[in-house]
Write a protein that binds this ligand. Structure first.
Ligand code: G3P
Length: 228
């Protein structure tokens, strides 16, 4: 377990990545084929250039997902992605061929993120294959009335039982409470939409408190001016 919860942003939008980076709390980026499609990024060259652009914007791990679903395809694609930049993490789906490929990448020193994880058994397999990160999708579990946050607690217990070094990357985060709950449970990373990160700033007592401080300062300032 690491003792600094990392914040990743879950987007392929360079504008949002820059905005999150400027907040000074961003540790990395995750993307997936849907997020790349949302930005209109397609074609091997454009996709590769986009990953390089993301890596040049943020100093931290950047997950780039493979499209192939067979071992040879995943390995070929993953090696190509990993060669783009030292911060690239090859994102591989939780399927048999994917776990085999994670084992292969681990042997080659290539970082991996095992994605589409919805059960503790899957997380155990990913860790045994040596995945750098495992991505439990908590929001999508909540969507089908299963407790996504409890999956984080279960994986934490399992990994801690055996000192497994795979980092729990809580994914499919929908709101700031998810981030706080994941932090309470010891998730190593939360990958979030920008809106969930910025929502962490908000508290009505902060707003009203600041308003009062500034008003009081203005009054005191006006009184001083009068005396002069
Ligand atoms: O990047 C994977 C994950 O975070 C997807 O989230 O909101 O599409 O369920 P979502």
């Amino acid at each position: 377990m690491t003792y600094n919860m990392k914040f990743f942003i879950d987007t392929a939008s360079l504008a949002q990545i820059r905005e999150a980076h400027e907040l000074g709390v961003l540790d990395g980026v995750t993307t997936n084929p849907s997020l790349m499609a949302k930005e209109g990024i397609s074609g091997e060259q454009r996709v590769q250039q986009h990953y390089i652009d993301i890596c040049n914007t943020v100093d931290g791990d950047v997950s780039a997902e493979v499209i192939s679903t067979d071992f040879t395809g995943i390995v070929t694609e993953g090696e190509r992605l990993a060669a783009l930049h030292p911060n690239i993490v090859v994102k591989v789906p939780m399927i048999k061929e994917g776990v085999k490929a994670i084992k292969y990448f681990t042997g080659k020193g290539i970082k991996t993120n095992c994605t589409l994880v919805f059960g503790a058994g899957q997380a155990l397999l990913a860790a045994k294959a040596g995945a750098t990160y495992v991505s439990p999708f908590i929001g999508r579990l909540d969507d089908i009335s299963q407790d996504g946050v409890q999956l984080i607690a279960q994986i934490r217990r399992i990994y801690d039982n055996y000192g497994m070094s795979t980092q729990i990357l809580a994914a499919s985060i929908r709101h700031p409470l998810h981030i706080v709950q994941c932090a309470e449970l010891g998730a190593d990373v939360a990958t979030c939409p920008l809106s969930a990160i910025t929502a962490l700033f908000n508290h009505p007592l902060t707003d009203s408190g600041l308003e009062k401080f500034l008003a009081d300062h203005k009054k005191a300032q006006a009184a001083t001016e009068k005396v002069k």
